[in-house]
Design a protein. Structure first.
Length: 275
């Protein structure tokens, strides 16, 4: 991992995401680029993270970023810079990630800024759905910055295992444990056997990388609820999911499930688009 992109909407939510990104970047000695997409519909209010300013209106976006550079530049091993773009927010964020060849986007999901009618919250899942790289999304009130337990849900599709190498790399960097879990929506034995086989293969791969791993096979009608309950029960710090899968599969984490996960999880969610 060499490059991380962090969308900034001037809220405490986005600054929380930046601080999480710095922790990750320092594990890999990666660079961070902050990005803000300008809009004519800005609506500054008291919930902004403008504590560094004497006034809000007299301070430009560039000034804001310069203050953040000064504050955080000595806390990161790699380079920290910023980019200001104009246009549709999620499109410009995804375009910047593509231009930079970013390895990861880290962003908040429930921005409390009031800026441009939930600048961050309304665009988080659009970024997740369209980004050219994995997206780590997290709520503004999530404070823990270390990953000790990562939940890795698997389904019956081939794509479900595409997230395994990066999750394993992340776990190794943080000395974290991966909790591999398959969740079947049916008690059909052929589906259950396939899930168990995937679980065994993935768990073996992870252990061969000298990463601690446990495995579970669960049954439940709502994939999102079962995953979130499992993560909470096991005191997890991160959930890694795919954003869309083949519609022909029976046991799948489709877009709606991914959207539910991103919108409702109190834990950070690492989302991967199939390739």
């Amino acid at each position: 991992m060499k490059k991380i992109l962090v969308p900034i909407d001037f809220s405490g939510d986005s600054i929380n995401a930046l601080e999480h990104a710095i922790v990750i970047a320092n594990k890999f000695k990666a660079d961070i680029r902050m990005i803000h997409v300008k809009s004519k519909h800005a609506n500054y209010d008291e919930t902004f993270d403008f504590k560094d300013f004497n006034t809000v209106l007299s301070t430009s976006i560039k000034d804001y970023f310069e203050i953040k550079l000064k504050k955080y530049k000595d806390t990161i091993y790699g380079k920290l810079d910023y980019k200001i773009r104009e246009g549709k927010i999620y499109i410009e964020i995804c375009n910047q990630a593509k231009y930079d060849d970013s390895d990861l986007i880290v962003m908040g999901t429930h921005g409390v800024s009031g800026f441009e009618s939930l600048w961050m919250g309304s665009n988080a899942y659009r970024v997740v759905s369209n980004a050219p790289c994995p997206v780590l999304s997290l709520r503004f009130d999530y404070a823990r910055k270390d990953f000790k337990k990562i939940v890795l849900p698997l389904d019956t599709t081939k794509e479900t295992r595409q997230k395994v190498p990066l999750v394993t790399e992340l776990a190794k960097a943080f000395n974290a444990e991966i909790l591999v879990v398959t969740i079947s929506e049916t008690d059909k034995q052929s589906i259950i056997r396939k899930l168990e086989q995937y679980n065994q293969q993935v768990s073996e791969y992870i252990r061969n990388k000298d990463v601690k791993c446990t495995s579970d096979n669960l049954l439940g009608s709502n994939l999102t609820e079962v995953t979130l309950e499992y993560a909470e029960k096991n005191n997890a710090d991160l959930i890694a999911i795919m954003t869309e899968q083949s519609e022909s599969a029976k046991n799948i984490f489709l877009g709606p499930y991914a959207q539910q996960m991103v919108n409702h999880s109190t834990l950070p969610v690492l989302s991967f688009r199939p390739y």
